[in-house]
Design a protein around this ligand. Structure first.
Ligand SMILES: CC(C)(COP(=O)(O)OP(=O)(O)OC[C@H]1O[C@@H](n2cnc3c(N)ncnc32)[C@H](O)[C@@H]1OP(=O)(O)O)[C@@H](O)C(=O)NCCC(=O)NCCS
Length: 396
């Protein structure tokens, strides 16, 4: 048996056989095979490892080279996808071997973090991933947005097919990845699929020449629903302009739905706006994202609160070791200095990842089996990594 990295053109005869068996209706038909070939250019930058026994591919894991904002700093991020093994080769440890090797190679190549949408969180928890909040879907009637219809707002709206507005949208997501915790972007080679697929409208809001809001959407029918993807804005005016745009669909659609961050409060967007906001988690179809650190040394310089603590990371091939985390200057310094007098915690990779991504309090960690955190260390970790809500885009 051998493990190797695939060249892009090898995918159709190797990894795709497993991935299409795992994720597509099957057996695949000839026209679907042609569709896979058409998709190859969008995978030009993806990295895939396979384990092979002779000519037979037994398991595959892929990583999309993305970028993600973690507490204000943009890091190379490995977006894991296409994890599948042959049905006759499952539960033999092939995916454990492949994923461990892939994450290690990517860490060595400069990837600081990794995110994914799991089929089942307990599977990826074994690989050090921590669960992140599920985005919400809000739905409402455009008739309830009358307040915004009448508002005299500065700024302009522009409606385009995504094919024509793609550069505007991409530029805006680049702005968001620079400023929003958790937000991530695909590499150019993959992102352009949204443009080429051309199955979305794009409405963008601008003020004084700068894009301040954008959302892609589809309309399913007259009298039906306007289904918006991630509602992306950089402030109240951008959101108000997009809501005003939605309000203009009052005679056209019965409902509007949009995806918003887990900490968004749509019920405050307008008076008399009746909203239904929900997040569903179900396996394997509706899953919340997960993320993990691939390095702690690579987080040097991360904006933090004040705090000094020793952490021992255990049970993880990538992070295992002793670290001194120092945020005294408001920026994280990571060293191996020995400081026995400082408070100390023992954490798993999922435990330190949950803290850095801002989704856990130190007191949660022992209860979840993510480590041992004495009160003195909890105080320091709570100050270093205050709770914050990551918002990944759902177009992963
Ligand atoms: C899920 C899947 C990829 C696992 O592959 P595999 O080769 O059987 O995995 P491994 O044998 O390497 O198992 C790795 C670990 O996960 C555990 N595991 C396997 N399947 C699991 C499951 N469904 N839920 C929770 N844990 C699971 C194993 O016990 C093992 O644990 P350990 O190493 O700590 O003892 C495979 O069953 C598959 O292809 N499923 C269909 C496609 C799919 O759902 N892919 C995931 C997309 S995100």
């Amino acid at each position: 048996m051998k493990i190797r990295r695939l060249a892009n053109e090898e995918r159709p005869t190797t990894s795709w056989r497993l991935q299409s068996y795992a994720f597509e209706p099957s057996p695949t038909q000839p026209d679907e095979v042609a569709r896979f070939h058409d998709f190859l250019p969008y995978l030009a930058d993806s990295i895939t490892l396979v384990v092979q026994d002779g000519d037979e591919t037994l398991a595959a894991v892929s990583a999309i080279p993305m970028r993600q904002n973690v507490r204000g700093v943009v890091h190379p991020m490995a977006g894991i996808s296409g994890v599948a093994s042959h049905p006759l080769a499952r539960r033999q440890g092939h995916v454990r071997t492949l994923l461990t090797q892939l994450l290690g190679e990517l860490r060595d190549e400069g990837y600081a973090v990794s995110s994914l949408y799991p089929f089942r969180p307990s599977f990826y928890a074994r690989f050090g991933y921590a669960a992140l909040p599920q985005p919400r879907t809000v739905s409402f009637s455009p008739a309830d947005l009358g307040e915004w219809l009448r508002a005299d707002l500065p700024g302009e709206l522009r409606l385009q097919r995504i094919r024509d507005g793609y550069d505007t949208y991409r530029g805006f997501t680049e702005r968001l990845v620079a400023s929003r915790h958790g937000f991530c972007v695909l590499p150019d080679s993959r992102a352009v699929h949204l443009r080429d697929d051309d199955k979305r409208w794009l409405v963008s809001a601008s003020h004084e020449g700068e894009v301040i809001g954008a959302v892609t959407y589809r309309i399913d029918d007259h009298g039906g629903t306007l289904r918006a993807d991630d509602l992306l804005t950089v402030g109240p005016l951008g959101r108000a302009l997009l809501l005003q745009f939605f309000a203009r669909h009052v005679d056209q659609v019965a409902r509007i739905s949009a995806i918003v961050a887990a900490d968004e409060t749509p019920e405050l967007w307008a008076a008399d706006l009746a909203t239904h906001t929900e997040s569903t988690v179900a396996f394997p179809g509706a899953v919340a994202p997960m993320a993990r650190l691939l390095t702690l040394d690579g987080l040097h310089g991360l904006p933090t609160g004040p705090g000094r603590v020793r952490v021992e990371i255990v049970d993880d091939p990538l992070l295992a070791g002793s670290y001194l985390l120092d945020g005294t200057d408001g920026q994280l310094t990571v060293s191996r200095a020995d400081a026995p007098a400082l408070p100390a915690a023992t954490l798993t990779a999922a435990g330190i990842s949950a803290l850095v991504y801002g989704v856990a309090d130190p007191d949660d960690l022992p209860l979840r089996g993510f480590g041992t955190v004495p009160p003195s260390a909890a105080t320091q970790l709570r100050s270093l990594f205050p709770r914050t809500t990551p918002h990944l885009s759902t177009t992963f």
